[in-house]
Design a binder for this molecule. Structure first.
Ligand code: GTP
Ligand code: MG
Length: 249
């Protein structure tokens, strides 16, 4: 090949995170080997694999470090966080505890990488996996979790293959773009039709224990001390809440 036509090559490092049995190894196997294994074979410590992809004008050699999700392997996997450029963080839509564990995985990533700006520049794809099963975590919950943290969200099934190629393509493109940009990740544009502030406002309204709390009124306040116009304000608030909740569902 002539020198001028030679493709530029690049090596990148990807890791997988998420609870044991969420399907990390199966998602990787589906992508690299186009197959699915029903039997659960827990990853012991870490699995390492390599794959090659073409992203725009670059030949990319991807080093994949597939981590064991079980807590007993923490001492083994913690060695492998450094220099990570991309991560898949996986939960199982049929197992709520795997969704609730996502924040602790982020914490582990932050603690092991150590440097916040390095963490901020890691391309992350959230995989809501096992969409072929009866789900207990719905799509909007997963999307909001990912979006409010600036991560791309994908619904995947390692069994059927849904979303897997698209997810990896997005991840690799994200990493390559960051490398081309001197290691800085491109700014995240929300995939949702609403802002982080709106989402937080909804979560606050949902979490409020009473209508008084929603209004920001003290529980002890008597009817007499209610400020003029508060009844109208309350109606407006309820209407706004209904509209926002509809938008989010
Ligand atoms: P650790 O290595 O222990 O951290 O687990 P892991 O996250 O790598 O899970 P693994 O990929 O080994 O999958 C766990 C179990 O879930 C296996 O029995 C898989 O067959 C099953 N599984 C994985 N993905 C899917 C999926 O998309 N759909 C269904 N129905 N089952 C899946
Ligand atoms: Mg595994």
């Amino acid at each position: 090949m002539e020198m001028g036509k030679m493709k530029k090559s690049l090596r990148i490092k990807i890791i997988s995170m998420g609870n044991a049995e969420a399907g990390k190894s199966c998602i990787i196997k589906r992508y690299c080997e186009k197959r699915f294994v029903h039997k659960y074979l827990a990853t012991i410590g870490i699995d390492y694999g390599v794959t090659k992809v073409n992203i725009r004008d670059k030949e990319v050699k991807v080093n994949i470090f597939d981590m064991a999700g079980h807590p007993i392997f923490y001492e083994v996997r913690n060695e492998f966080y450094k220099d990570t450029q991309g991560a898949i963080i996986v939960f199982d839509v049929s197992d709520r505890s795997s969704f609730e564990a996502l924040d602790s995985w982020l914490l582990e990533l932050q603690n092991e990488v150590g440097n916040q700006s390095e963490v901020d520049n890691i391309a992350v794809c959230v995989c809501a996996n096992k969409t072929d099963k009866k789900r207990v975590v719905d799509e909007s919950e997963g999307r909001i979790w990912a979006d409010t943290r600036g991560y791309h969200y994908f619904e995947t099934s390692a069994q059927t293959g849904e979303g897997v190629t698209e997810m990896f393509q997005n991840l690799f493109e994200g990493v390559v773009s960051a490398v081309e940009n001197g290691g800085k990740k491109a700014p995240f544009t929300t995939q949702l039709g609403y802002s982080k502030d709106q989402v937080e406002a909804i979560q606050k309204l949902k979490a409020a224990r009473s209508d008084y709390e929603r209004l920001g009124v003290n529980i002890g306040a008597s009817n007499k001390s209610v400020a003029p116009g508060s009844e109208e304000a309350f109606k407006l608030l309820v209407a706004a809440r209904t509209t926002l909740l509809k938008k989010c569902s």
